[in-house]
Ligand binder design. Structure first.
Ligand SMILES: NC(=O)c1ccc[n+]([C@@H]2O[C@H](COP(=O)([O-])OP(=O)(O)OC[C@H]3O[C@@H](n4cnc5c(N)ncnc54)[C@H](OP(=O)(O)O)[C@@H]3O)[C@@H](O)[C@H]2O)c1
Length: 255
């Protein structure tokens, strides 16, 4: 007999930071399709958030959208409070928001730029994880998925701030995975390569062609390609995997 809830997401509450477009929205939409109640989050663009929320609700999802800069502790707290008020305790947290990414040669950049990457990527994940973990531990079930970047394995020059922040995110993920594993909570990383989001048209054609040529699966990633991997970690199917990093880049980086 078919088991339509084989992945065990139905009825869970999921919070995805930075989820009104790009990878975050694809993740939120897939979690909603799998039956989760979804909390969208954004920083500035409320018109875009309205559109994202409309699409989820049109598809029958239970969802809300909350404006909050997750790198600010007070915003993160309000986000979690609004989520819990709407849908109850958070079972699944996807740390996807990344703040502003700046490409500058090392030496031309400064510490403030590096710090802004760390704040945008690690601080939000830290605040939100702190806020949801106690409840997850008490209930004996929880999923945290952090969105990384395959640049940590294969650096691209000019992105030392982003890559340093990714290194910190990897460290946080693994340490937390060891600490909360005994409570039934898993913490993993999904690391995309280049993804065809709305920003992609700003990328040089030759660069896109080179990425495609170096990708065994022979095409560029769409946000939905990343979402499937995130869903695996959030689901019961991924229940015995923690502290892992999964590259989702069509095989561009192996190992
Ligand atoms: N795109 C790629 O090629 C690529 C490659 C590797 C890894 N990744 C990773 O994938 C994740 C998503 O990237 P993306 O390109 O899909 O992002 P994106 O299209 O730039 O979307 C960013 C989302 O995050 C929100 N946001 C930004 N700063 C925030 C903050 N401080 N607090 C709360 N929300 C915030 C934005 O809201 P507003 O619109 O309101 O500002 C928007 O909803 C990131 O972690 C990134 O490092 C992306």
């Amino acid at each position: 007999m078919p088991d339509i809830d084989i992945i065990g997401i139905k009825g869970k509450t999921a919070l995805v930071s930075g989820s009104t477009r790009g990878v975050g929205f694809a993740v939120a939409a897939l979690l909603a399709r799998a039956g989760a109640r979804v909390v969208l989050n954004y920083h500035n663009d409320s018109a875009r958030a309205d559109v994202a929320l409309y699409h989820l609700k049109e598809a029958g999802a239970e969802a809300i959208a909350v404006r909050a800069d997750v790198s600010r502790e007070e915003d993160a707290l309000r986000l979690v409070q609004e989520a819990v008020t709407a849908f109850g305790p958070i079972d699944i947290l996807v740390n996807n928001a990344h703040g502003r990414i700046i490409r500058e040669k090392f030496g031309q950049t400064d510490w403030a730029t590096h710090q802004s990457h760390i704040d945008g990527i690690v601080k939000g994940a830290y605040h939100l994880s702190c806020l949801v973990l106690e409840g997850m531990k008490e209930r004996g079930w929880g999923r945290i998925v952090n969105i990384g970047n395959n640049m940590l394995t294969q650096p691209i020059t000019g992105y030392s701030g982003l890559t340093a922040a990714m290194g910190a995110l990897f460290g946080l993920t693994r340490n937390l995975a060891a600490e909360v594993g005994p409570y039934g909570v898993t913490v993993n990383i999904v690391s995309p390569g280049f993804v065809m989001t709305e920003e992609a048209p700003h990328t040089n054609e030759a660069v896109l062609a080179a990425i495609k040529a170096a990708t065994p699966l022979g095409r560029l990633a769409a946000p939905d390609d990343i979402a499937g991997a995130v869903l695996f970690f959030c689901s019961d199917l991924g229940r015995f995997v923690t502290g892992a990093n999964l590259s989702v880049d069509g095989g561009k980086i192996m190992g």
